[in-house]
Design a protein around this ligand. Structure first.
Ligand code: AMP
Length: 398
């Protein structure tokens, strides 16, 4: 059975076609610059590629290109869309309306759109992706939505509330929602499998370290706290996002620089984090190279981020009164052995020793703490598309 996974952004549309018989990727691709041009890059698993620049004013034209790439291009992988059994969509914000993945109907789409105020860059685009799919596949083809926030809906109020006047929670839903939930769910399920223990018997800290970064505490099999908040800006510093800062610093800058709330938000989301500190790049590889060459602020950015990660691990260990396993994932977590070794050394108080030979891996699953370490530290490549495909299969099989 083939399942199609869609991740629609405001100006992009990423997709994967997955064969659920062996969970392999048949083809994947991306449409970029939707609304301002249009380019599709498509790749079949046997290496054949299709690339075209063509006008994509909306997600519908982008989708028409995806259909062409899949069914007619030189890198085609199917003869017709009938071969696809169902479609799973990634949706960023499910608010308190969704605590699990669901089948799509008109009411679900309207709810996804209604949550647009909480995720203005993402939810409207996600809904456009769903509507474009309905237009391409017809209304009878089952579609599902899988939410980035759903995994975090198990947090208790003491973890998700901000200490602001309660009326803003009631009026506007101001609270912690978290993000990257699909990734945290995947790697925490997998580490339990690798340890051969039920997830509900483990205290797990999962660190998703990519361009966006978040850390989650998982106890009794469910999320009990996570670093991202009302939006994916909260937590610790990321590629271009600041993470948590004293709100008074922001009102002070706004006054001094005559900046609007939107300008402050853009500054915190797009010009801060590792990019803002280094003045060089948001890309971890660039920063590592520059720091090795003596770039002082690149070194500072790397030191700050690692320090904040170590503090979160300590905080969540305290919140859960212990930890059994720590997982590192995301582009940085999966590919930066030096960072992983330093993290292990800086949390050696937990009884962790880094297995330096095992830690040399990149993009591969590995236990990187020695066998006699009291806490197991793992690198587990995340696979959000596979979670979406699995959830979709489960929902259409019900
Ligand atoms: P993601 O958002 O998960 O795709 O992760 C993107 C981040 O992973 C970027 O900061 C990349 O620099 C980083 N990354 C990817 N490959 C490597 C690598 N080989 N070494 C260090 N960082 C990497």
């Amino acid at each position: 059975m083939k399942i199609f996974v869609v991740n629609a952004g405001s100006s992009s549309l990423k997709y994967q076609l997955i064969d659920m018989d062996d969970e392999s990727v048949i083809a994947k691709g991306i449409c970029e610059r939707i609304g301002t041009g249009g380019v599709i890059k498509h790749k079949a698993s046997d290496g054949r590629e299709y690339r075209a620049e063509t006008d994509m004013p909306t997600h519908s034209e982008a989708f028409a290109q995806v259909v062409y790439a899949l069914t007619q291009s030189e890198a085609k992988v199917i003869d017709s869309l009938d071969e696809i059994s169902a479609i799973g969509h990634r949706v960023v914000q499910g608010g308190t309306l969704f605590s699990e993945s669901v089948l799509v109907d008109e009411e679900v789409i309207r709810k996804v759109e209604s949550l647009g105020e909480l995720a203005p860059l993402h939810n409207p685009a996600n809904a456009l992706g769903i509507r474009a799919c309905i237009a391409a596949f017809g209304p009878e083809k089952p579609q599902t939505v899988v939410f980035d926030t759903a995994f975090h809906q198990t947090m208790e109020p003491k973890a998700y509330m901000y200490a602001l006047p309660y009326e803003y929670y009631e009026k506007y839903g101001i609270r912690r929602y978290g993000a990257h939930g699909t990734s945290h769910r995947f790697v925490s399920d997998r580490v339990a499998e690798l340890l051969g223990k039920p997830k509900k018997d483990l205290k797990i800290i999962t660190c998703h370290l990519g361009n966006g970064c978040s850390i989650t505490a998982i106890k009794d099999g469910v999320c009990c706290d996570t670093s991202m908040g009302f939006t994916p800006l909260d937590g610790f510093m990321m590629g271009t996002r600041s993470g948590a800062v004293d709100p008074s610093a922001l009102t002070y800058i706004a006054e001094k620089e005559h900046m609007s709330p939107q300008e402050i938000s853009d500054m915190c989301n797009k010009k801060s984090g590792a990019l803002g500190i280094s003045g060089l790049s948001n890309d971890n590889r660039d920063l590592v190279e520059a720091a090795e060459g003596g770039h002082v602020r690149a070194r500072l950015a790397l030191d700050m981020q690692r320090y904040q990660i170590v503090k979160y691990i300590g905080a969540y260990t305290a919140a859960m009164n212990g930890v059994d396993a720590i997982v590192l994932t995301g582009g940085i977590g999966e590919n930066n052995p030096e960072l992983r070794e330093k993290i292990c050394n800086e949390i050696s108080y937990l009884g962790i020793t880094c297995d330096t030979a095992a830690n040399h891996c990149r993009g591969k699953e590995a236990r990187i703490s020695t066998a006699d370490s009291k806490v197991a530290v793992y690198v587990i490549p995340t696979n959000e598309e596979l979670v979406i495909a699995r959830d979709t299969l489960a929902l259409i099989s019900k």
